[in-house]
Design a protein around this ligand. Structure first.
Ligand code: FAD
Length: 406
C-alpha cells in the first residue's frame, strides 16, 4: 500500500484544510501503512478479540489522544476534519481499524461535550489510552430511525435510576466497558422525555446478546433488567438525552461519509490496478472503453464524495449553524456512491471479485451497513428535503412573476 493513494493529495491542498491537517493525514497514512502484518492478523482473529486489540493499539500509538482534552498533545488536530481524515485512512486500510476508532470516538464525544468534571476525569483518560472501551446505545428494535421513540425506561428510585428494557444493534456491545445509554425518564413527551446515562458494562442487570454481522465485528443487543445506576450516571441533564443523541449523530454522519470514501478509494485503486494488469483480447481490460467508463465514473464519485465530506467537516469546524444539513448530504452521497463503486469494482474483477475474503468481496460486505446506521439514506433524504430553503422558492416565484410576460 502507498500512503499517497489513501488520500487525494490535491484535495488536501484545498483551503478546507490547514498544514496541521496535512501533517496529520501524512502521519496517519504512514502509520496505517506500517502495520500491514497487524491488519492481516486482525482478519484471522475473532472480531471481539481483534476489536479490543485495535482499540488498545490506537490508544497506545496516540490516535485516540484527542478523546481526553485535558491531556491531549497541543499539536494534535481534533476537529471534525481530522476525525474524517483519520476515518478515511483507516477505512482504506482495514474496516475493523476504522470501526474501533469510530466507535471509541462516538462513545467518548458525548462525555467530552456534555460530561461533568468527575465523569470526564473518570472515563476519558482510559478511553484515550484505549484501555477502556466505549459503546453508544440509542437504537432499539422499535426505535431505530425514530430516536424519539426510545422505550427503555429509567425510573427514579430513591436517589438512583433503575433501567429496564433493551437496546439493539450496538457496535462494540460484546467488548465495551462502558455503555452510553439513552433511556426514557419521562420529563416530557417523545423527545423531551429522554436522558443519557453512563452505565459501566459490569453493572448488575446488564446482559449482552452477541450478533453476527455481514462484516464480522463486535455487535449485539443489550438487555437491562432492574439495572440500578446512581444519579451521577446521568450525562448532561435529565430530559436532554435526545439533544445529546442528535448532537452526536449530526457530527458523526460526515465521518461515516469519510469512511465510505476510504472504502471506495480502496476499491477504485484495486480495480484500476487489476484492469491494467489483466490481459484480454490481445491487450488489457483497461483498453476497453466500457471499462474506462466504469473507472471514470468511480473517479467522479470519489471526487464528489471527498469534496462534500470536506465541506461538511469545514462547516462544522467553523461553527456554521447549518452544518448538519451538509453532514446529511455528505453521508447520503458518499455512502451511496461508495456502494456503487465497490459493486463496480467487483464487476471488473469478474469471478475473482466474489472469492470469499478477497479484497473486493470484503469491501462488498463492509460497505453495506454504512447506508443504514447513523441515519439511513432514506431518513436523511427526508431531512435534506425538509431543510430546503423555502424563502428561495418564494424568491424564484417572485422573480418569475416580475420578469416573465403575462
Ligand atoms: C453495523 C451496524 C452498527 C450499528 N451500531 C449502532 C450503535 O453502535 N448504536 C446504536 O444505537 N445503533 C446502532 N446501529 C443501529 C442503527 O442506528 C439503526 O439500524 C438505524 O438507525 C436504522 O434503524 P432500524 O434498523 O431500526 O431501521 P428502521 O428504523 O426500521 O428503518 C428501516 C428502513 O425504513 C426506511 N425508513 C425508516 N424511517 C424512514 C423515514 N422517516 N423516511 C423514509 N424512510 C424511512 C429506511 O429505508 C430505513 O432504512 C447499528 C446498525 C448497524 C447495521
Amino acid at each position: 500500500m502507498d500512503v499517497t493513494t489513501m488520500f487525494d493529495p490535491e484535495l488536501l491542498q484545498l483551503p478546507f484544510y490547514d498544514d496541521g491537517h496535512r501533517r496529520f493525514a501524512d502521519q496517519i497514512g504512514i502509520w496505517c501503512d506500517s502495520y500491514g502484518e497487524v491488519w492481516e492478523s486482525v482478519r484471522r482473529t475473532r472480531p471481539d478479540v481483534s476489536g479490543r486489540r485495535l482499540v488498545e493499539l490506537l490508544g497506545e500509538d496516540g490516535w485516540l489522544a484527542g478523546l481526553d482534552p485535558a491531556a491531549r498533545p497541543h499539536d494534535l488536530p481534533t476537529d471534525l476534519r481530522a476525525l474524517c481524515l483519520a476515518r478515511e485512512a483507516l477505512a482504506y486500510t482495514e474496516d475493523l481499524a476504522d470501526f474501533a476508532y469510530s466507535i471509541q470516538s462516538l462513545s467518548a464525544t458525548p462525555i467530552i461535550r456534555f460530561g461533568d468534571e468527575e465523569q470526564r476525569r473518570r472515563y476519558l483518560p482510559g478511553m484515550a489510552k484505549g484501555l477502556l472501551v466505549g459503546a453508544f446505545a440509542v437504537s432499539e428494535k422499535e426505535a431505530g430511525s425514530e430516536v424519539a421513540a426510545v422505550g427503555l425506561t429509567a425510573k427514579r428510585s430513591g436517589g438512583d435510576f433503575v433501567l429496564d428494557g433493551a437496546k439493539a444493534w450496538i457496535a462494540h456491545a460484546t467488548i465495551a466497558d462502558l455503555f452510553v445509554v439513552v433511556a426514557r425518564t419521562g420529563e416530557g413527551p417523545g423527545p423531551l422525555g429522554l436522558t443519557t446515562f453512563l452505565v459501566p458494562a459490569d453493572t448488575p442487570g446488564v446482559r449482552v446478546e452477541p450478533l453476527d454481522a455481514v462484516a464480522p465485528r463486535s455487535f449485539g443487543h443489550l438487555v437491562f433488567e432492574n439495572c440500578r445506576v446512581p444519579a451521577e450516571a446521568v450525562l448532561g441533564r435529565p430530559g436532554k438525552g435526545f439533544v445529546i443523541a442528535i448532537d452526536l449523530l449530526e457530527r458523526f454522519r460526515m465521518t461515516v461519509a469519510a469512511a465510505a470514501l476510504g472504502f471506495a478509494r480502496r476499491a477504485a485503486d484495486a480495480a484500476l490496478a487489476h484492469t491494467r494488469d489483466r490481459r484480454a483480447y490481445g491487450g488489457t481490460l483497461l483498453d476497453l472503453q466500457l471499462v474506462k467508463a466504469s473507472l471514470a465514473d468511480m473517479e467522479v464519485r470519489l471526487n464528489a464524495a471527498a469534496l462534500l465530506t470536506a465541506r461538511a467537516a469545514w462547516e462544522c469546524d467553523r461553527g456554521s449553524r447549518g452544518f448538519a444539513r451538509h453532514s446529511n448530504i455528505a453521508k447520503v452521497h458518499a455512502t451511496e456512491a461508495a456502494q456503487q463503486t465497490v459493486d463496480a469494482a467487483v464487476q471488473l474483477f469478474g469471478a475473482a471479485g466474489v472469492v470469499q475474503d478477497g479484497l473486493p468481496e470484503r469491501l462488498y460486505r463492509q460497505i453495506r451497513s454504512l447506508r443504514i446506521y447513523e441515519g439511513s439514506t432514506d431518513v436523511l433524504r427526508m431531512a435534506i428535503a425538509g431543510s430546503l430553503d423555502m424563502r428561495r422558492a418564494d424568491r424564484v416565484a417572485e422573480r418569475r412573476a416580475t420578469k416573465e410576460p403575462s
